[in-house]
Design a protein. Sequence first.
Length: 93
Amino acid sequence: MDPRLLGSLTADLQFRVNGEVYRFGAERTLKRFVLEPELWCGLLRDPVSGVRFLPSTRTPHVWFVGGPYFFSSDSTLTIFLVDPGRYEVKRAM
């Protein structure tokens, strides 16, 4: 990632993680982020429990509404899967 580049407001340079919108200044950095967002996104909030945590490559996750959702535990992932719309984070892109 290149912190010197400003994030774009165009939809083709944006990506969602846990419903939050991440903006990128170049397609190259977006592609790098999409491959392993858990390495680049920083602290996330579990959509079920509200617990803040730092995800890793072993963190439970599922793809929902255009992006990955990461969870602090397998149990909150299971709860999410029962009714994902209830826990969906909605942000305008």
